[in-house]
Design a protein around this ligand. Sequence first.
Ligand SMILES: O=C(O)CCC(=O)C(=O)O
Ligand SMILES: [Fe+2]
Length: 345
Amino acid sequence: MKDFRYTDTRAAGIPLNQEESRQIEQAAQRLAREYAECSLHDTDLLHAVEIAASVLPTTVRRALIAFRDEGNTAGCLLLTGLPVGTLPPTPDDVDKEPVWTDVPVATMSQLMVMSVLGRSFSYSDEKSGNLVQDVCPKKGAEERQENSGSVLLELHTEDGFHPSPPHFLSLICLREDYDRVAATVTSGILDVLPHLDADTVGVLRRPEFRTRFSTSFVRNESAQVLTDPMPLLTGPEENPQLRVDFHGTVPSTPRAHAALDRLKQAMLATLRGTVLRPGDLIIVDNRRAVHGRSGFTPRYDGGDRWLRRSFALTDLRSVSDQLTEGRIHRPVVTPDDPRLSPAAA
Ligand SMILES: O=C(O)CCC(=O)C(=O)O
Ligand SMILES: [Fe+2]
């Protein structure tokens, strides 16, 4: 596929005015000063962030609460005009990734917003377990179906292969790509459902699909681990939950193959999206919507596109046995996993 065609969602975004943004920036700076010595995973810091989130304007909080509890048909929400503060160069290498105190305003603002939706957490297998992760192009990774790539990134549920994918993910934009063409796109299952016939929906509800684990979760570039066969749609007929990755989901029957293709075509026909600008923050309801990104051309000169991503669960207790200190989810594929043996492939 060459590029996504989408309806621009910028006009549906919730704008913060300059005064609102200034107040959030001040609260973010206060937090950053007070907790400068702490890891971002520090419980006291995360509680302080949640308390400080009362600085968010009522309109924004209301929109976040409604999105958290009811969702919307698009499965996404855009805020614009958040403060990002002064920025270092875009990292192009994990060794150059900033510590959170180098990007205090954007980090605290993003976590404040996420605290209204749920509890921030991360995966030990991904991006060093960072609670807020840098999303920027990496030299040599151009063709990868990962957020460090720069070719078109296919629509996917975030970590849809995982037993506990995030309920929400957010991406805050610190820098656009040079050509301003990298659009972040989403497709919500409630927007798509009216365009699917009953037979297709019936097949999507059958356990005839397996999804490939991303390599970082397997810690072995050459091993392919797939989930057990799962349905792509589950839950209430009128309000289903969705899990699919158009790069990583493998249908196990011809009818599943056809249904997956119909789902993809319907999603591509109802895409919404925008080229994120600095201060934009997009939230994806990961149980209701898939997301992707169009391709762009990086220069690797410190001025490239730069987003930061964070995940939230609505409840930490349901996965407490899987979380280590600092809300980091343990690996789910351990080195002795039988699925890693060549015979299992
Ligand atoms: O770069 C983007 O806009 C989206 C990347 C993405 O899918 C992710 O970071 O999860
Ligand atoms: Fe993603």
